[in-house]
Design a protein around this ligand. Structure first.
Ligand code: GAR
Length: 198
């Protein structure tokens, strides 16, 4: 059975675009929804251009009521019936009440070599630590932030003169290679991690 994939975004959606473009031919999954917490997210128009249904639930409309925002997200996802939910630059923290019903079916890409640098400013933190390598991780989402079983990592060297911006720019193409490779394996029921060197 072809797996149904929903992709959650907050911004430009370059990882979402890479995921959607990958789901053709003999790929075991197809995109059914791109959902954003920001109606202005640039990725929504890109997804619509790719022929994928889009929806936005503006988190700002819910103020500090995160459970209500998450309940609205949940309802939209239930209607879309995804087998797999890919967080792709989705910048809202999701609570246990949201995650539990979908646990084991949510993937996330994070711009660090987890368990290093959970949270924000990962590129700057890798530089400050003097790391010789940086990278990105795709993992299963659990209720703990940027935690959960690792499904793949892509590594690259940190070069003399690197800045947070140059690291982010060099890492993005690796993210676009890693996430589709992991999704393809995961959708086929294979949980062995994908390891890439860039
Ligand atoms: C990506 O670098 C992704 O790894 C990061 O946001 C960017 C989104 O770019 N995600 C996180 O920081 C999650 N905590 P995109 O919208 O072009 O895919």
């Amino acid at each position: 059975m072809t797996k149904r994939v929903a992709v959650l975004i907050s911004g430009g959606g370059s990882n979402m675009t890479a995921l959607i473009r990958s789901m053709t031919g003999d790929h075991p999954a197809r995109p059914v929804l791109v959902l954003s917490n920001d109606p202005q997210a640039g990725g929504l128009a890109k997804a619509a251009d790719l022929g994928v249904p889009v929806q936005a639930i503006d988190h700002k409309a819910f103020g500090k009521d995160r459970p209500a925002f998450e309940a609205a997200l949940h309802d939209v996802l239930v209607a879309a019936q995804p087998d797999i939910i890919c967080l792709a630059g989705f910048m809202r923290i999701l609570g246990a009440d949201f995650i539990t019903p979908w646990e084991g079916r949510i993937l996330n890409i994070h711009p660090s070599l987890l368990p290093k640098y959970r949270g924000l400013h990962t590129h700057a933190r890798a530089l400050e630590a003097g790391d010789t390598h940086h990278g990105c991780t795709v993992h299963q989402v659990t209720a703990a932030l940027d935690d959960g079983p690792v499904l793949g990592q892509a590594r690259m060297p940190v070069l003399p003169g690197d800045t947070p911006e140059s690291l982010a720019q060099r890492l993005l193409p690796l993210e676009h290679a890693l996430y589709p490779a992991v999704l393809r394996r995961f959708a086929a029921g294979d949980r062995r991690p994908v390891m890439l060197d860039g």
